[in-house]
Design a protein around this ligand. Structure first.
Ligand code: MTE
Length: 304
């Protein structure tokens, strides 16, 4: 297995240029004008060394051109079409069991949170995987802003459903809008990350811009893209894939190489770009952060 022992904040050789050696990454971004883009807080994010990649970074061109975003199409080649999804103005509705239901502008929200960069491994249920530098802020900070009531047990993320921009919404087969959810203690976990950036730039629409979630210990379908609404509920929500096919996709969907999908093994994964096959790890290798969440939940179908 090809493992690079790179610290979390280091960038891949492919992204290092002679110029960057002189300017440093931040200087380079500044020189490129990235830091001055309105709402481009991700570029200013501080890297967090707590989250170790353990693998080479996926080349940006693969991560941003091979995507799952069914609102555009069922194929992976949606990145061009996805540019039609306008990224500003963007608002997020905070609804359900919160102290004060309200709608907040993304740029206002970004002024209230501390941003950072994290390199996370991402494992799709279809067995492909990537390792990318997301930037954004912890979901825990958003919970503090939303102020859920004591009765709130689950958090539900709803993706945009913009019929003009997203042709896939015409398919009546799917229960639009795309929704995903977490138990509130999962949402408060350190790893749960609201993403506004990718590779030091605003996260592009095909990857769920301008706001998505990253939950690296769960299969990728749990990480809803282009989020417009966050609700708090007492009852466990029925989410998009679970509603569509509960025999194949569950609510918890934690990564586990020992629990096969009904139609394929989950023992190994294929790295985007290199095509290398590597063993899949329980909780995608993030058990130290999250295994404790499930100790009292042994009766649940935790792994699919
Ligand atoms: N969110 C929405 N709204 N629609 C989708 O189709 N696909 C999910 C998840 N979030 C999806 C979504 C799946 S299956 C995966 S693997 C990841 O997004 C893919 O994220 P990426 O394209 O940034 O790699």
């Amino acid at each position: 297995m090809h493992i690079l022992r790179r610290r979390g904040w280091e960038i891949s050789e492919s992204r290092v240029t002679p110029e960057s050696a002189m300017l440093g990454r931040r200087g380079l971004l500044k020189a490129a004008g990235v830091l001055s883009v309105a709402g481009a807080l991700p570029a200013l994010a501080e890297p967090n060394a707590k989250f170790v990649a353990g693998r080479a970074l996926t080349d940006e061109k693969y991560a941003t051109t091979y995507n799952n975003f069914y609102e555009f199409d069922e194929t992976k080649s949606i990145w061009k079409e996805a540019q039609a999804l306008k990224q500003r103005p963007w608002t997020i509705e905070l609804a359900g069991l919160v102290k004060q239901p309200r709608t907040i502008g993304l740029d206002d929200l970004l002024k209230q949170v501390q941003t950072e960069e994290r390199i996370y491994r991402h494992r799709c249920v279809e067995t492909w995987a990537m390792t990318v530098p997301w930037s954004g802020f912890s979901l825990a900070q958003l919970l503090a802003i939303a102020e859920p009531l004591g009765s709130a047990k689950y958090v539900v993320f709803q993706s945009a459903a913009d019929k003009a921009a997203m042709p896939g919404l015409r398919s009546p087969y799917y229960p639009w809008p795309y929704t995903e959810g977490l138990a509130i203690d999962e949402a408060a976990n350190d790893l749960a990350f609201m993403v506004t950036g990718l590779y030091g730039k605003p996260v592009p629409p095909q990857n769920g811009g301008p706001l998505r979630i990253a939950l690296p210990w769960k299969y990728g379908f749990k990480s809803a893209k282009s989020i417009v609404k966050i609700s708090f509920t007492e009852k466990r929500p029925e989410t998009f894939w679970e509603g569509l096919n509960p025999g194949e996709y569950g609510f918890w969907a934690n990564v586990n190489p020992a629990v096969s999908h009904p139609r394929w093994s989950q023992a190994r994964e294929k790295l985007l770009g290199s095509g290398e096959m590597v063993p899949t790890q329980i909780y995608n290798g993030y058990g130290d952060f999250v295994a404790g969440l499930y100790e009292g939940r042994k009766g649940e179908k935790l792994f699919m």
